[in-house]
Design a protein around this ligand. Structure first.
Ligand code: B12
Length: 303
């Protein structure tokens, strides 16, 4: 970085935070540009940017901003107690159970609508924990927290959309097994009009990790389209997700083609109305769904 250094906008783009966040960090924590160009514009040197990258990284790992700034600036910890966490966050927090640093980091990145940070955190969780543990331990708690926030305040629907879109993309990246163990396909679909498709993407990625290839038809699959897909591809298992009560019509399941040899029908999600048709099995968790698919395919579940 030669000459006058980077502008606040350029640094903001590089870090994936907003320019106003950078200004706040400067004002509040004294971590900003070390020089200004003529006309008093902020100019960040390479050293300034490195410090900010350290701060940003620590925040994403769950450190409170003041603490992250202190470490990035190399200032020793103060003897006096610090302000309570979340002070000044202005109710922008996502309710989480005792979340890990990664879970808190993801919630924070999602609320800040920081795309690069959300992608990095989701990819890291999937790669390090595996799909089932990452979904159950990190992604689902943050999604639930955002859902609860929406229920309580009517806010953050944009965050729900944003986080969903990026999470879905990361899960889709992992949906193809290296070497498929199953010959007959596995079909995944949302019930008609059901838009909550994330659990299907989680299942496709979790199955791929165990060497099972699935065809994911995604959200709002019309009854006829699912029937046609079954006739055309001859799957051994079909899994149908219903999140909302109004999409949980079990008549759709009763009318599915029987298949030859007979098709196993698995369902999941809180939307289904009970009782379920006799041939249908309900699975309650992602891990259980993976096991049930393996069982239906006659595969031995990996340890
Ligand atoms: C992401 C999301 C969206 C996204 C969906 C994007 C996508 N492609 O999937 C978008 C923005 C489109 C959306 C839209 C809407 N949503 Co929405 N959404 C959610 C959110 C945050 C997560 C959904 C999800 O993936 N759940 C799965 C996991 C994360 O949830 P969970 O509770 O851990 O799941 C339990 C089980 O289902 C199971 N499980 C979890 N994963 C898996 C996987 C498998 C394979 C299996 C078998 C089991 C399983 O384990 C858990 C129990 O131990 C939920 C909040 C929530 N708690 O679910 C709201 C939520 C479902 N939405 C809600 C609402 C109201 C809506 C909208 C009407 C309005 C809105 N908020 O925008 C529309 C309706 C759309 C429609 N017609 O279907 C409400 C529903 C309330 C209700 N019961 O009626 C919720 C609960 C939020 C809330 N608290 O108010 N939504």
């Amino acid at each position: 970085m030669e000459g006058p250094g980077l502008s606040v906008g350029a640094v903001a783009r590089r870090l994936g935070v907003s320019a106003s966040t950078l200004r706040t960090w400067d004002r509040r924590y004294g971590i900003g540009p070390s020089r200004r160009s003529e006309g008093s514009h902020r100019r960040y040197s390479a050293e300034d940017v490195t410090r900010l990258e350290v701060m940003n990284r620590l925040i994403l790992e769950g450190a409170p901003p003041g603490e992250a700034a202190r470490v990035a600036l190399g200032v020793p910890a103060p003897a006096a107690p610090r302000k309570p966490r979340g002070h000044g966050a202005g109710g922008r927090r996502v309710p989480l159970p005792d979340g890990s640093a990664r879970t808190r980091g993801l919630a924070r990145a999602a609320m800040a609508m920081n795309g690069p940070a959300v992608l990095a955190t989701v990819r890291e969780a999937l790669a390090e924990d595996g799909v089932v543990a990452a979904w159950q331990g990190v992604l689902a708690p943050v999604l639930r927290g955002i859902g609860e926030r929406y229920a309580a305040t009517g806010e953050a629907v944009e965050v729900e959309h944003f986080l969903s879109a990026l999470t879905l993309a990361c899960l889709a990246e992992r949906a193809e097994p290296v070497d498929a163990a199953n010959v007959r396909p596995v079909l995944l679909a949302c019930a008609p009009e059901e838009q909550h498709s994330l659990p299907l993407y989680a299942l496709a990625a979790a199955l791929a990790e165990t060497g099972v290839a699935a065809r994911n038809l995604g959200m709002r699959v019309p009854e006829k389209a699912l029937g046609d897909a079954i006739e055309r591809t001859g799957p051994s298992v079909v899994f149908v997700w219903s999140q909302m009560r109004f999409t949980g019509d079990t008549g759709v399941l009763e009318r599915l083609p029987v298949g030859r040899p007979p098709l196993r029908v698995l369902v999941g999600g809180p939307g289904w109305r009970l009782p379920l048709p006799e041939r249908v099995r309900y699975v309650g968790t992602l891990g259980e769904a993976v096991e049930a698919v393996h069982e239906s395919l006659g595969l031995v579940q990996p340890a």
